[in-house]
Design a protein around this ligand. Sequence first.
Ligand SMILES: Nc1ncnc2c1ncn2[C@@H]1O[C@H](COP(=O)(O)OP(=O)(O)OP(=O)(O)O)[C@@H](O)[C@H]1O
Ligand SMILES: [Mg+2]
Length: 757
Amino acid sequence: MAHKYTIKSEGGKRYLFFDYRGSPFTPSIADVPETMAEVIEVLKRTDADLIVLADVYERVYDEEQAEMLKQISDLSQTFEKEGVWTYSALGGDKAECQQFLQQRYNTISTIGRTQLLQDPIQAYMNLINVIRQEKSQAATMASEFKYCSDVYLNTLNFMLQEFETTKLIQKFKFILKKLGKLPPGRDIYRSIFETQIKPSFISSRVFFATPENIELIDQYNVLDATINIYKHPEKIQYLYYVDPPEYNLSPEKYFLLTKTKELVASFHPEGLRFMSPTEVKEYFISAYESTIADLAKKNSIKITGKEIEELARIVARYTVGYGMMELLLSDRRLTDVYMDAPLGLKPVYIVHSDYGSCQSNVVFTESEAKSVISRFRSQSGRPFDEAHPVLDFDMPDLQTRVAVIGPPLSPDGTAFALRLHKETPWTLPQFIDVKMMDSLTAGMLSFFIDAQASTLVNGSRGSGKSSLMMALMLEILPSLRIIVQEDTMEIPVPYMRSLGYNIQRLKTQSAISVSRTAAEVSPEDALRTALRLGDSVLIVGEVRSQEAKVLYEAMRVGAVGNVVMGTIHGENAYSVWDRIVNDLGVENTSFKATDIVVTCAPVRFGGSLRRHRRLIEITEIGKKWYDDPEKEGGLVDLITFDTATDKHILMEKNLERSEMFPRMAKKRGLTVDQLWQDIQARAETKNYLVEKKREHDIPDLLEGAYTVPANDKWLLLLEQQREVHGSVDYDEAVRDWKKWVDENQVTELLSRRTPGA
Ligand SMILES: Nc1ncnc2c1ncn2[C@@H]1O[C@H](COP(=O)(O)OP(=O)(O)OP(=O)(O)O)[C@@H](O)[C@H]1O
Ligand SMILES: [Mg+2]
């Protein structure tokens, strides 16, 4: 039976697409000889990079596999062209050889025609056998038949050589050597032609076959899918394997799914514009549920309410959701997802918060990218085309920052980088818990924020700058007004409001996006506005360009009342100075308005390839220098980091050079010693939370919802002490505070646990 086939072009590759819908044959090259033969036959006429066999599920044969099949197809043509079964090739030009011809013809044409296409490995093995037999027969043959045998062996050996140039046979020999024996039936093809499969209406492909010897090291669920984390003995990267239910449904459920998808394709209800993305989705899910229930009833398919809901959620994921991307972005243990150009060839790779960068089993395709991008365009109101090849924005419903690039900037086609925001902001105690910093460093930072130090957080891309700045924001007194200026909205403003913060958000034009819309305000204009909004804490999400001048000018003339904080790309305090003064044109005198520069970096320990994020430096910017702060001792490191021991170091010697500590002490009417007591007490309180979290396994204790009230309580206790004693007894304050934490927060979190859990 001949199946219809077409060539489809995607991502610069040619896909040979066979339609197996309704066919009695299984669309599997590995399992079915006829299927294999048909594909090889078609490859004689068509050229393709990849091969797809489609019924309800699609099997995709990758470039290497297609190449192997193509070579077999070429081999078949070579045999034909060289006439290996013609009489002369079998020895037929001599009369005495006539008697052998019929049998030889049968043998060779079976091997070189039928078997070659249906089971090339068997054909090859048979050929070897025939050669062996012919050789042993030739040894006992009368001399007048020698010629007949020579000609025949010549032909057989030619065929053997040709077989051995193919990748398929080479691969087979390699596997055979490894296994020691031939696997039964068509098992050998199952390992050579393992495929990525996917349901026809979805375009992402998933690879299910797992390599040998891998070790399952973790397993958990995301939405309705299972995530398996594997360790490969020879690879450094872990494997991240998704097992989504839609790739593994019973035929009835699959039927319901595809039918529903067809039926709802034209479904465009009114009034959805006023709903949030989540509401829209829930709306569709319930509409799909009734469609599925109807269909099931009409077709007498037994299905439970729970199964109906599951199917409806899957349909929604591929109609109003982001498909496979949505599944990945729902795994909040991921921090980044990368889909490189050209799409459709390499699997998606991800960065996992526990397992570092991993290769996934998902292949995201150009056609899926197209539909996702059109949704991004309409959501962001920004263009994405040849004239605007960069799209950079925040997905509001999935708390993810998206960067998409396309041609001509990315000549190989569309590529995505997705950064998943943590659902709640990091807190200093959480950072202590993951060893980003030690408690003394946290205490110091907390004190600096309270003392209104102007702070820049710097580091390389993805080093944790924004996360650290958000943690520092949670150290700001909630009574202060905060103005946040960002181009991509990363700071979880609604969450911070829920903790009692008063925040005004200014969203500015994206600096890196080429796709700007006229309605957006430039960062420098936004900042001028922010400064007019009066006495507030000012947070600049990322200092990138011209706004730096405005910011520093304002700081210099004292137009900014309270704390100023921002993140900036760099690798240490010196590079921050260099960038701001030499690249962005801020005056040295203005730059001195910066009090401290905090540096984050990804660090590798002891030759391990896994990176851990660490705060590696806190540097005070001195005020008594003129040209170059480094040469003139204007950069005073207060905290440094030792990679060998994974420890933070307080630079006691440098503290003597610090101008900031005496200045801050004076401002608060304290001695420098008292100021250190304050820092140490803060360190102790933060550390206490971490200890209690670990002791009782109550991670929520380190979330902002607990640390912010705990901070408030701390400041309140200090205030009370000042009122009662005129000064602070830090030991007593710490004792009282710990008691409060135990009796309130710890008790509450423990009581919230379900008994027995
Ligand atoms: N100490 C840490 N341990 C583990 N993960 C961290 C740590 N700090 C930050 N992260 C995570 O690392 C990712 C990158 O962090 P973040 O966005 O803060 O980096 P960034 O330096 O601001 O990056 P960019 O240069 O893109 O602005 C986030 O997913 C964040 O949750
Ligand atoms: Mg950032």
